[in-house]
Design a protein around this ligand. Structure first.
Ligand code: F6P
Length: 326
């Protein structure tokens, strides 16, 4: 196995609060272990374009608390093609990068997996996405911050919902997964969470209106995970408006504010732990694994498992939400 002297660090795909904390941890742990760090700007696109700069310890000063990613991120269609990846590899050789640390979500890990297989370059992934939809880790960087952001916004929406006795449908992100909707729903005392992986449709909504909203409450908040197939908050609000014209229904789509803001303490801590573990993993000779946290222990998850498919929602959590919002 070739000795690793220089690592490349890249943030790819959609940003998540805490990515900067991870960049800092990777850079400083690498330097602490006498490795050189090359920062690749603008994701896989920057790898193809040769947008690469050497980082020192001070390059990552004063970023642990900043949202977004100082390395920027950009989608790269070219990296999906063998020609694009060939160019990326040529830059890896030119810059004498021996291993890559990829910080991102499922798309980024998918890209790392193909690249590692094609060019035999050691890759370690650090899971960073607000969606929390990777397998083999209890949580991903950015998820906790996004939960807190949603909770704070929903608290505000509740004030006006209560004043006007309204039913609000609040749409949150999730990329096909319902973790943000379900857990921010619990944290903000919502009456219902509609998640893509559980069939809800008209019947359950009807049940909620009859037994929850109509009977005991004069205002309610339903959290809806964005759902490209079904249509999200607008779809459900329209259903209710058509069936219950007497209800005062409003929609709030939270959008990209969920991706911004200072990372929470939890996200900074897991980003620091995972960043440091990524360097330890490389030094131990591990390759093509995602760093995870399982039961508060660092674990190494093979890429194929991490992106296998969307993690299942815990139905007990949905029961808890329902039982304590009566
Ligand atoms: O993966 C994070 C995420 O915020 C998803 O929840 C959402 O569907 C998507 O990114 C939005 O991406 P874009 O920034 O391209 O609109």
């Amino acid at each position: 196995m070739a000795e690793i002297k220089t690592i490349g660090i890249i943030t790819s795909g959609n940003d998540a609060p805490g990515m900067n904390s991870a960049i800092r941890a990777v850079t400083r742990s690498a330097i602490y272990n006498n490795l050189k760090v090359k920062a690749i700007y603008r994701g896989y696109k920057g790898l193809i374009d040769g947008d690469i700069v050497e980082f020192g310890s001070h390059s990552v000063s004063n970023i642990i608390q900043q949202g977004g990613t100082i390395l920027k991120s950009s989608p790269s269609k070219d990296f999906l093609s063998p020609d694009g990846r060939k160019k990326a590899y040529e830059n890896i050789v030119k810059e004498e990068i021996d291993a890559l640390i990829v910080i991102g979500g499922d798309g980024s890990i998918h890209g790392a997996r193909i690249f590692a297989q094609e060019y035999d370059i050691p890759c370690i992934a650090i899971p960073a996405t607000i969606d929390n939809n990777l397998c083999g880790t209890d949580t991903t960087i950015g998820y906790d911050t996004a939960l807190n952001t949603i909770m704070q916004v929903v608290d505000k929406i509740r004030d006006t919902a209560t004043s006007h006795e309204r039913l609000f449908f609040v749409e949150v992100m999730g990329d096909g997964a319902g973790f943000l909707a379900l857990n921010s729903g619990i944290a903000s005392g919502c009456e219902e969470a509609i998640v893509p992986t559980i069939e809800i449709e008209d019947e359950q909504l009807h049940h909620f209106i009859q037994n929850g909203f109509r009977k005991t409450k004069s205002s309610s908040i339903v959290l809806v995970a964005a759902n490209e197939k079904v249509g999200g908050a607008v779809h459900y609000a329209d259903l209710v408006k058509a069936q219950y014209p007497e209800l005062d229904v409003r929609i709030s789509i939270l959008g990209h504010l969920q991706r911004g803001g200072q990372p929470s303490a939890h996200d900074r801590i897991i980003a620091s732990r995972m960043g440091s573990a990524s360097i330890q993993a490389l030094l131990k000779g591990l390759r093509n694994v995602m760093i995870g946290i399982d039961n508060d222990e660092i674990v190494y998850v093979p890429f194929s498992r991490a992106i296998r498919d969307n993690r299942a929602i815990d139905h007990n959590l949905l029961d808890i939400l329902h039982n304590i919002s009566i």
